[in-house]
Every structure is written in structure tokens, then in C-alpha cells.
Design a protein around this ligand. Structure first.
Ligand SMILES: NC(=O)c1ccc[n+]([C@@H]2O[C@H](COP(=O)([O-])OP(=O)(O)OC[C@H]3O[C@@H](n4cnc5c(N)ncnc54)[C@H](OP(=O)(O)O)[C@@H]3O)[C@@H](O)[C@H]2O)c1
Length: 489
């Protein structure tokens, strides 16, 4: 008998936190041909791009969607529009409708969607939109089946919730805690989320299904106490009744990498209980044993220590830069600050490029680190990312990576690194490292917004003089030191 070909799977959101990890997992665990729909193919890691069929487009482009869905059996919907500056609820609605309709027209058998945990009655605006997305995807049950997984707090290296818990726990020996930290929720480890997403692929069930997933019930306070234990830290949490959600959000942005909008959405979400509303996970996926919160924290910490963070909460272009494609050309800038540092023949271009790629995060910004920290603090106060978003890996960068308050928008091996500023600014800014055979040309590009933009540029110009001169020189100096090191045995 001829063997049947494994069915083609489409993963959307494959450059996001969940989608990236799922793509790697399905490639490793299954023999299904994998297709991914991404808004910018350059954001896909090379190792992945060699093994998957990449389609470029977004869910607002029905033609691109139809092409990506041709011959697909099961399609993962791992998309949300929360980062958009437009009305994200409306975008989420249109995106889900388009996706559902195109899936039906292309004969897709099953949609697998990951949404948020919680009930409509006291859902935050963000959760409501996730619920509405699930309802739209699953409201044509005769034409297409939808498996709708619902997860609350996800714990994994690089996830927003884990980063909040880790940063607060590590930075604050004593914490005054508002009432929302005692609301019950059911966190789940990222590996378990992926196990359910993968398990949904082969599930022998024909009707629509809503599956709530989570491990043990815990409050945020209990999560912080347990995380401290896993990290071997002693922490004191003092409850206060007065800390409003708004004040809590400001508190979060000062001590964690997340910006104000996301902090407010998370706090809003944690005001009401998010616990499992059904037992479908145990019934339909009896083979999956969820890890405890402690186990998930330990695994996430291990991945951080071993520099194995596959994706982060800020991977999706998000907020100011929704698609990095439109941000990779600073030629329209009208104000520039350029520094050129010449280096010797012996010095390799590659070493200078690597050195440029190692800036920021725990590696710092060299001599004027304090000025950078101050700029980061100002950014935080104005609701931006600040500096403590750090970097995914210690030395390597990939396109789309967040790097403190920058986003990597162009990366040409040993030639060019272009960073787009996601800090709060009266204009648009880039920092470019053009690594030429004998010199590094480092340029800050700026498109000012009106008079304020220009005033800002000239006000910070004296600081730029010191900071940027030092930055370019130190990058070249560090490369020189690196080149002189004896090769490792
Ligand atoms: N992460 C969590 O903690 C968590 C918890 C519970 C539930 N969930 C659910 O899991 C799903 C995935 O979340 P996530 O955290 O992975 O999100 P994410 O990291 O923000 O990634 C979103 C992905 O969607 C893509 N995207 C956005 N709009 C698109 C469009 N119109 N067309 C095509 N692609 C589009 C983004 O592409 P670009 O890279 O081009 O921006 C990115 O790849 C969501 O439904 C979310 O509600 C997540």
C-alpha cells in the first residue's frame, strides 16, 4: 500500500514568542512539512529558513493568506495585534475573520489557536479581544474545526511574565505588594504550552474544542515567593491595600524590562481570577503532565544561564516598529552624527563587526554607561522600554532582536548593523555601524518631529559628542583586544 504523505502544517506568528518555539519543536518532533507565514522573511533564523517553506504576508492580505494556505491541513493561529498603534481590537477582529474565511476557502481541516485564560464577565480589554478572536475563529463549526487552547501566565525564558517575576525578585529584597498580587491564576510552563499545541495536531476529535491549560493555582505573590526560593534568595513581601493598578504599572516599568502599555495590560489582567474553566486538558491530553511552577522557573533560569533563549516577549516587532521592514532605511534622516575610526590592516573586519554586535545589555555602553542609564530611566518615565530590556544572547544578535531600547532592523554579516530607536523620542532615530575593510563608520541618524525634535537633537548634541565618540572607539579597541587573544586550543 502506498504510504500517505504527512499533511502540511501552517504556523502563523512564527517570528513571535510562541510561534518561533513551536516551529522548532514541530520540525524536531514530527515529519510534517512546515510552512510559516511571516511579515518579514529576514526575521526567520537561517537554521529555520533552511527547513521550512516561508510565505511572506499578513492576515490583512487575503491573497497572500490564500497562497500560504494552499494544500494546508492544519493551521496554527498565533497572532495578536496588541503592539499596533491603531485600534487593536478591531485589527484582531478583522485578522481572525480573514484567517477563518481563507482557511475555509482553502479546505483547511483544523485551526489551532492559543488565546488567553479567563472569563468574559471580568476580562481586561486585551483578554476580551483574545476571547473574541477565539469566537470568530470557531463560529463556523460545520465548515472548519477549531481547537482553542487558553493559557494564562506563561513561564519560560524570555516570556514577559517570567521576566517580571525574575526582575522583581532579583532586584527587590523587600516589596510592598498591592492587592492584585493575591489574585489566583494558573501559570503554565512554555514547554507544556508547546506540548498542548503539538498534541492538538494529531488529536482524534472532530468537533470544536476549548481547552484550558495550566498547572497549579497560584497568586502572583506566591509565584514571586516560589521563584525567590528557586533562585536561593530571601524576599520579604509586605501587603498594602493602597497601591492602585496605575501605580503598580509604574512600579513594574521601573524594575522590569516591560514598557508601560504592556505593564498596564498585565496588571489589568491580574485583577481578576484566571483559572481553568474546564477539564478538557486532562480528558483529551492524558499523556501531558504539566511541570510545577518551580520546575518551569528552574528551566527558564537554566536556559538564560546557558544562553539558549530561543524567543523573547519583545521578538514581535511590536509597539513603535510594527514591521521592521519599513524601518531599515535611514536615508530620509535630515540630522546625522557620524564618527569614523580607522583600524589597522591586521585587524579583521569580522572582529570589529562582532564587537559592534556585543554592545548593550549586560555588556553595557562603555565609559558613559551612566549617561545611557540616565537616558534609559528618562525613557522608562515616559513609558518606553528603557535600558533593562537587555539582549537575548550575550554576544549574538539576530534581525528583530531587542537590544535595550533599540531594535535590530538590519544585520549584514561582517558589514552592517542597524539599530532602530524604540525609545520615546520627538522623532525617529537609528544607530548604524557600517563596518568597512579598514574603518568603522558609526552614524546616528535622526528625523526630528517639528521644532521639539530639532530642539531635542541640539540639546543632546554635547552628550552625543562624548558618548558616540567613545562608543565607536571602544568597539574598535575591543575588537583589537579580541584579535590579539591566542586562539582557543
Ligand atoms: N506569550 C504569552 O505569555 C501568552 C500567554 C497566553 C496566551 N498567549 C497567546 O499566544 C498567541 C501568540 O502570542 P505571542 O506571545 O507569541 O505573541 P508575539 O510574541 O507578540 O508574536 C506575535 C506574532 O504575530 C505576528 N503578527 C502580528 N500581527 C500579524 C498579522 N496581521 N499577520 C501576520 N503576522 C502577524 C508577529 O509578527 P512580527 O514579528 O512581524 O511582528 C509575531 O510573529 C497569542 O494569541 C496570545 O494571546 C501568549
Amino acid at each position: 500500500m502506498p504510504e500517505t504523505m504527512p499533511a502540511t502544517i501552517l504556523i502563523t506568528g512564527a517570528t513571535g514568542y510562541i510561534g518561533r518555539r513551536l516551529s522548532h519543536r514541530l520540525l524536531a518532533d514530527t515529519n510534517h512539512p512546515i510552512r510559516i507565514l511571516v511579515r518579514n522573511r529576514n526575521k526567520v533564523q537561517r537554521i529555520l529558513s533552511e527547513q521550512v517553506d516561508i510565505h511572506e504576508g499578513d492576515t490583512f492580505d487575503r491573497e497572500a493568506l490564500s497562497q500560504a494556505l494552499e494544500g494546508v491541513d492544519t493551521a496554527y493561529y498565533l497572532i495578536h495585534s496588541m503592539g499596533s498603534t491603531q485600534d487593536y481590537q478591531e485589527l484582531d477582529r478583522r485578522s481572525a475573520e480573514n484567517f477563518r474565511d481563507c482557511c475555509i476557502a482553502s479546505g483547511v481541516r483544523r485551526i489551532i489557536y492559543l488565546g488567553g485564560l479567563g472569563v468574559k464577565a471580568d476580562a481586561s480589554a486585551h483578554l476580551l479581544s483574545r476571547i473574541e478572536t477565539g469566537e470568530i475563529l470557531s463560529n463556523r463549526p460545520r465548515e472548519i474545526q477549531t481547537i482553542w487552547l487558553r493559557a494564562g501566565v506563561i513561564i519560560g525564558s524570555g516570556s514577559a511574565s517570567f521576566e517580571i517575576i525574575r526582575n522583581l525578585t532579583q532586584k527587590l529584597p523587600l516589596m510592598i505588594t498591592p492587592s492584585w498580587v493575591r489574585t489566583k491564576t494558573q501559570p503554565i510552563g512554555i514547554d507544556d504550552v508547546l506540548a498542548y499545541l503539538e498534541g492538538s495536531l494529531e488529536l482524534g476529535y472532530e468537533d470544536n474544542l476549548v481547552v484550558d491549560i495550566g498547572a497549579e493555582q497560584l497568586s502572583f505573590q506566591e509565584m514571586m515567593a516560589q521563584a525567590a526560593e528557586v533562585m536561593g534568595l530571601k524576599r520579604l513581601l509586605i501587603p498594602v491595600p493602597l497601591l492602585s493598578p496605575r501605580l503598580s504599572s509604574y512600579w513594574l516599568i521601573l524594575f522590569t524590562p516591560i514598557p508601560l502599555g504592556l505593564a498596564a495590560a498585565l496588571v489589568e489582567g491580574l485583577k481578576s481570577e484566571t483559572i481553568l474553566q474546564n477539564q478538557a486538558a486532562a480528558h483529551y491530553f492524558p499523556g501531558i503532565r504539566t511541570s510545577s511552577f518551580r520546575e518551569s522557573v528552574a528551566r527558564a533560569l537554566r536556559e538564560l544561564e546557558q544562553h539558549q533563549v530561543l524567543s523573547r516577549w519583545c521578538d514581535s516587532s511590536g509597539l513603535q516598529a510594527c514591521d521592521i521592514k519599513d524601518f531599515d532605511d535611514p536615508s530620509g534622516a535630515i540630522l546625522r552624527d557620524s564618527r569614523t575610526v580607522v583600524y589597522t590592516e591586521q585587524q579583521e573586519q569580522e572582529a570589529v563587526f562582532q564587537s559592534a554586535c556585543a554592545i548593550g545589555g549586560p555588556n553595557g555602553w562603555f565609559r558613559y554607561n551612566l549617561l545611557w542609564q540616565l537616558r534609559g530611566l528618562i525613557d522608562k518615565i515616559f513609558g518606553g522600554y528603557g535600558l533593562n530590556r537587555g539582549r537575548r544572547l550575550h554576544r549574538q544578535l539576530r534581525l528583530g532582536d531587542a537590544l535595550d531600547f533599540w531594535k535590530v532592523v538590519d544585520l549584514k554579516e561582517n558589514k552592517r548593523l542597524l539599530l532602530y530607536a524604540q525609545m520615546k523620542l520627538p522623532g525617529q532615530a537609528w544607530l548604524e555601524f557600517d563596518v568597512q575593510p579598514r574603518q568603522l563608520v558609526q552614524t546616528a541618524h535622526f528625523i526630528p518631529r517639528g521644532l521639539w525634535g530639532r530642539l531635542y537633537w541640539y540639546a543632546v548634541y554635547p552628550f552625543h559628542f562624548f558618548v558616540f565618540t567613545n562608543l565607536a572607539r571602544t568597539i574598535v579597541r575591543a575588537a583589537r583586544t579580541e584579535t590579539k587573544k591566542p586562539p582557543s586550543p
